[in-house]
Design a protein around this ligand. Structure first.
Ligand SMILES: [Zn+2]
Length: 268
Protein backbone atom coordinates (compact mmCIF):
# COMPACT_ATOMS: atom_id res chain seq x y z
CA UNK A 1 0.00 0.00 0.00
CA UNK A 2 1.44 3.35 -0.93
CA UNK A 3 1.45 6.27 1.45
CA UNK A 4 -1.31 8.84 1.11
CA UNK A 5 -0.18 11.87 -0.88
CA UNK A 6 1.01 14.57 1.46
CA UNK A 7 -0.94 17.79 1.14
CA UNK A 8 1.42 20.72 1.10
CA UNK A 9 1.05 24.33 0.26
CA UNK A 10 3.54 26.39 -1.74
CA UNK A 11 3.62 30.02 -2.85
CA UNK A 12 5.19 30.92 -6.21
CA UNK A 13 6.44 34.37 -5.20
CA UNK A 14 7.35 35.50 -8.71
CA UNK A 15 5.66 34.69 -12.00
CA UNK A 16 4.39 36.55 -15.05
CA UNK A 17 0.90 35.24 -15.75
CA UNK A 18 0.29 37.99 -18.34
CA UNK A 19 3.02 36.60 -20.66
CA UNK A 20 2.58 34.01 -23.42
CA UNK A 21 2.54 30.32 -22.52
CA UNK A 22 2.81 27.08 -24.48
CA UNK A 23 -0.16 26.22 -26.64
CA UNK A 24 -2.02 29.39 -25.67
CA UNK A 25 -2.47 28.23 -22.08
CA UNK A 26 -4.46 30.81 -20.17
CA UNK A 27 -4.01 32.13 -16.62
CA UNK A 28 -6.96 29.90 -15.63
CA UNK A 29 -5.06 26.82 -16.92
CA UNK A 30 -1.91 27.87 -15.06
CA UNK A 31 -3.70 28.58 -11.78
CA UNK A 32 -5.64 25.30 -11.90
CA UNK A 33 -2.57 23.14 -12.57
CA UNK A 34 -0.61 25.00 -9.91
CA UNK A 35 -3.31 24.33 -7.30
CA UNK A 36 -3.27 20.62 -8.20
CA UNK A 37 0.47 20.60 -7.34
CA UNK A 38 -0.10 22.39 -4.02
CA UNK A 39 0.83 25.82 -5.37
CA UNK A 40 -2.23 27.53 -3.98
CA UNK A 41 -1.03 31.13 -4.12
CA UNK A 42 1.24 33.16 -6.38
CA UNK A 43 2.41 36.69 -7.07
CA UNK A 44 2.21 37.83 -10.67
CA UNK A 45 4.66 40.64 -11.33
CA UNK A 46 4.26 43.64 -13.63
CA UNK A 47 7.36 44.68 -15.59
CA UNK A 48 6.15 48.03 -16.93
CA UNK A 49 3.34 50.52 -16.36
CA UNK A 50 1.55 49.45 -19.56
CA UNK A 51 1.19 45.90 -18.21
CA UNK A 52 -0.40 46.93 -14.91
CA UNK A 53 -4.05 46.69 -16.06
CA UNK A 54 -3.57 43.14 -17.41
CA UNK A 55 -1.75 41.99 -14.28
CA UNK A 56 -4.40 43.53 -12.04
CA UNK A 57 -7.16 41.86 -14.03
CA UNK A 58 -5.56 38.43 -13.58
CA UNK A 59 -5.09 39.07 -9.86
CA UNK A 60 -8.75 40.09 -9.58
CA UNK A 61 -9.85 36.89 -11.30
CA UNK A 62 -8.37 34.31 -8.88
CA UNK A 63 -8.48 34.31 -5.05
CA UNK A 64 -4.97 32.81 -4.79
CA UNK A 65 -3.31 35.29 -7.15
CA UNK A 66 -1.78 38.52 -5.84
CA UNK A 67 0.41 40.97 -7.71
CA UNK A 68 3.18 43.56 -7.69
CA UNK A 69 3.46 46.71 -9.78
CA UNK A 70 6.71 48.16 -11.03
CA UNK A 71 9.07 48.91 -13.89
CA UNK A 72 11.77 46.37 -14.76
CA UNK A 73 15.27 47.81 -15.44
CA UNK A 74 14.94 46.64 -19.08
CA UNK A 75 12.03 49.07 -19.49
CA UNK A 76 13.62 51.95 -17.55
CA UNK A 77 14.36 54.10 -20.62
CA UNK A 78 10.67 53.98 -21.58
CA UNK A 79 9.51 55.05 -18.16
CA UNK A 80 7.68 58.36 -18.08
CA UNK A 81 7.44 60.67 -15.10
CA UNK A 82 3.70 60.09 -14.83
CA UNK A 83 4.30 56.33 -14.56
CA UNK A 84 5.25 56.77 -10.91
CA UNK A 85 1.85 58.32 -10.23
CA UNK A 86 0.22 55.46 -12.10
CA UNK A 87 2.15 52.92 -9.98
CA UNK A 88 1.16 54.73 -6.81
CA UNK A 89 -2.52 54.63 -7.71
CA UNK A 90 -2.25 50.98 -8.77
CA UNK A 91 -0.50 50.07 -5.51
CA UNK A 92 -3.66 51.02 -3.60
CA UNK A 93 -5.35 47.89 -5.03
CA UNK A 94 -6.01 45.48 -2.12
CA UNK A 95 -4.21 42.59 -3.85
CA UNK A 96 -1.12 44.62 -4.78
CA UNK A 97 1.43 43.35 -2.29
CA UNK A 98 4.76 44.78 -3.47
CA UNK A 99 6.52 47.29 -5.71
CA UNK A 100 8.51 45.67 -8.53
CA UNK A 101 10.04 44.25 -10.25
CA UNK A 102 12.68 46.92 -10.08
CA UNK A 103 16.46 46.82 -10.04
CA UNK A 104 19.55 47.05 -12.20
CA UNK A 105 20.59 44.85 -15.13
CA UNK A 106 24.02 45.59 -16.62
CA UNK A 107 24.16 42.23 -18.41
CA UNK A 108 21.68 43.12 -21.14
CA UNK A 109 21.70 46.91 -20.66
CA UNK A 110 18.42 47.21 -22.57
CA UNK A 111 18.23 50.62 -20.87
CA UNK A 112 21.25 52.84 -20.10
CA UNK A 113 22.52 52.57 -16.48
CA UNK A 114 21.58 56.19 -15.73
CA UNK A 115 17.96 55.58 -16.76
CA UNK A 116 17.94 52.39 -14.70
CA UNK A 117 19.18 54.26 -11.63
CA UNK A 118 16.53 56.97 -11.94
CA UNK A 119 13.78 54.41 -12.46
CA UNK A 120 15.01 52.37 -9.49
CA UNK A 121 15.28 55.33 -7.12
CA UNK A 122 11.79 56.60 -7.94
CA UNK A 123 10.31 53.20 -7.12
CA UNK A 124 12.34 52.69 -3.93
CA UNK A 125 11.11 56.06 -2.72
CA UNK A 126 7.54 55.06 -3.58
CA UNK A 127 7.84 51.73 -1.74
CA UNK A 128 9.23 53.50 1.33
CA UNK A 129 6.36 55.96 1.34
CA UNK A 130 3.72 53.24 0.86
CA UNK A 131 5.30 50.80 3.30
CA UNK A 132 5.35 47.99 0.74
CA UNK A 133 8.22 45.53 0.18
CA UNK A 134 10.14 45.61 -3.11
CA UNK A 135 10.85 42.81 -5.60
CA UNK A 136 14.42 43.26 -6.81
CA UNK A 137 15.91 42.13 -10.12
CA UNK A 138 19.72 42.00 -9.98
CA UNK A 139 22.05 41.10 -12.81
CA UNK A 140 25.73 42.01 -13.14
CA UNK A 141 25.26 45.21 -11.15
CA UNK A 142 25.85 44.15 -7.57
CA UNK A 143 28.02 47.07 -6.37
CA UNK A 144 25.74 49.80 -7.71
CA UNK A 145 22.60 47.96 -6.65
CA UNK A 146 23.90 47.45 -3.14
CA UNK A 147 24.48 51.18 -2.84
CA UNK A 148 20.82 51.89 -3.73
CA UNK A 149 19.44 49.05 -1.59
CA UNK A 150 21.50 50.05 1.45
CA UNK A 151 20.23 53.61 1.35
CA UNK A 152 16.68 52.34 0.88
CA UNK A 153 16.79 49.70 3.64
CA UNK A 154 18.37 52.07 6.14
CA UNK A 155 15.64 54.64 5.48
CA UNK A 156 12.78 52.28 6.36
CA UNK A 157 10.77 52.45 9.55
CA UNK A 158 12.02 49.88 12.04
CA UNK A 159 10.33 46.53 11.63
CA UNK A 160 9.50 47.10 7.96
CA UNK A 161 10.86 44.29 5.78
CA UNK A 162 12.66 45.73 2.72
CA UNK A 163 11.67 42.98 0.28
CA UNK A 164 13.16 40.17 -1.77
CA UNK A 165 16.06 39.61 -4.14
CA UNK A 166 14.12 37.68 -6.74
CA UNK A 167 15.67 34.76 -8.61
CA UNK A 168 18.74 35.08 -6.43
CA UNK A 169 21.82 33.92 -8.31
CA UNK A 170 24.45 36.44 -7.19
CA UNK A 171 27.76 36.15 -5.41
CA UNK A 172 28.00 34.96 -1.85
CA UNK A 173 29.09 38.44 -0.69
CA UNK A 174 26.08 40.08 -2.36
CA UNK A 175 23.69 37.54 -0.82
CA UNK A 176 25.14 38.07 2.63
CA UNK A 177 25.00 41.86 2.29
CA UNK A 178 21.33 41.69 1.23
CA UNK A 179 20.47 39.39 4.13
CA UNK A 180 22.26 41.80 6.45
CA UNK A 181 19.99 44.59 5.16
CA UNK A 182 16.94 42.47 5.97
CA UNK A 183 16.11 41.19 2.47
CA UNK A 184 14.73 37.76 1.71
CA UNK A 185 16.35 35.62 -1.01
CA UNK A 186 14.08 33.87 -3.48
CA UNK A 187 15.29 30.75 -5.27
CA UNK A 188 14.13 29.85 -8.78
CA UNK A 189 14.56 26.85 -11.09
CA UNK A 190 18.23 27.79 -11.46
CA UNK A 191 18.69 25.96 -8.16
CA UNK A 192 18.11 22.67 -10.02
CA UNK A 193 20.62 23.40 -12.81
CA UNK A 194 23.67 21.20 -13.01
CA UNK A 195 26.18 24.05 -12.87
CA UNK A 196 24.57 25.85 -9.92
CA UNK A 197 26.64 24.37 -7.11
CA UNK A 198 27.60 27.78 -5.74
CA UNK A 199 23.94 28.81 -5.64
CA UNK A 200 23.05 25.60 -3.80
CA UNK A 201 25.66 26.49 -1.19
CA UNK A 202 24.03 29.90 -0.74
CA UNK A 203 20.60 28.27 -0.47
CA UNK A 204 21.93 25.93 2.18
CA UNK A 205 23.46 28.74 4.22
CA UNK A 206 20.58 31.26 4.10
CA UNK A 207 18.57 31.66 7.33
CA UNK A 208 15.32 29.68 7.31
CA UNK A 209 13.19 32.74 7.96
CA UNK A 210 14.45 34.52 4.81
CA UNK A 211 14.04 31.96 2.03
CA UNK A 212 11.36 31.94 -0.65
CA UNK A 213 10.71 29.96 -3.82
CA UNK A 214 9.56 31.16 -7.22
CA UNK A 215 9.42 30.16 -10.87
CA UNK A 216 9.86 33.46 -12.75
CA UNK A 217 7.61 31.70 -15.25
CA UNK A 218 7.48 31.60 -18.25
CA UNK A 219 11.29 31.64 -17.86
CA UNK A 220 13.76 29.28 -16.20
CA UNK A 221 11.91 25.96 -16.15
CA UNK A 222 13.56 23.74 -13.53
CA UNK A 223 14.91 20.24 -14.14
CA UNK A 224 13.23 18.00 -15.35
CA UNK A 225 11.21 20.49 -17.43
CA UNK A 226 14.15 22.15 -19.23
CA UNK A 227 13.35 23.30 -22.76
CA UNK A 228 9.70 23.99 -21.97
CA UNK A 229 8.06 27.19 -20.91
CA UNK A 230 8.04 27.36 -17.15
CA UNK A 231 4.70 27.37 -15.31
CA UNK A 232 3.90 28.07 -11.63
CA UNK A 233 3.25 24.40 -10.77
CA UNK A 234 6.97 23.77 -11.43
CA UNK A 235 7.90 25.68 -8.27
CA UNK A 236 7.37 22.30 -6.66
CA UNK A 237 10.57 21.02 -8.33
CA UNK A 238 12.54 23.96 -6.98
CA UNK A 239 11.12 23.46 -3.50
CA UNK A 240 12.12 19.78 -3.64
CA UNK A 241 15.67 20.74 -4.58
CA UNK A 242 15.78 23.32 -1.80
CA UNK A 243 14.66 20.65 0.67
CA UNK A 244 17.36 18.27 -0.56
CA UNK A 245 20.07 20.96 -0.35
CA UNK A 246 19.08 21.92 3.20
CA UNK A 247 18.60 18.32 4.31
CA UNK A 248 14.96 18.73 5.35
CA UNK A 249 11.66 17.34 4.07
CA UNK A 250 9.63 18.95 1.30
CA UNK A 251 6.85 19.43 3.87
CA UNK A 252 9.23 21.45 6.04
CA UNK A 253 10.40 23.60 3.10
CA UNK A 254 6.79 24.20 2.09
CA UNK A 255 5.87 25.18 5.62
CA UNK A 256 8.82 27.57 6.01
CA UNK A 257 8.74 29.26 2.59
CA UNK A 258 4.96 29.62 2.66
CA UNK A 259 5.07 31.22 6.12
CA UNK A 260 7.83 33.57 4.93
CA UNK A 261 5.92 34.57 1.79
CA UNK A 262 2.69 35.07 3.73
CA UNK A 263 4.43 37.32 6.23
CA UNK A 264 6.59 39.33 3.79
CA UNK A 265 3.77 40.07 1.35
CA UNK A 266 0.93 40.20 3.92
CA UNK A 267 -0.97 37.54 1.95
CA UNK A 268 -4.42 36.44 2.99
ZN1 LIG B 1 10.45 38.39 -13.36
Amino acid sequence: MSAAPVALELVDTHCHLDYEYEGGRTPADLVRDAAAAGVTRMLTIATEAARVPAVQKISDSFPGVFHAVGVHPHEAAKMKLEDLGLLERAAAHPKCKAIGELGLDYYYKHSPPEAQATCLEGQLELATRLGKPVVVHARDAEADLLMHLTRYAKGLASGQAPGVIHCFSGTRAFGEACLELGFHLSFSGILTFKNAEELRQAAKAAPADRILVETDSPYLAPVPHRGRKCEPYMVRNTAEKLAEVRGVSIEEIARITTANATRLFSLS
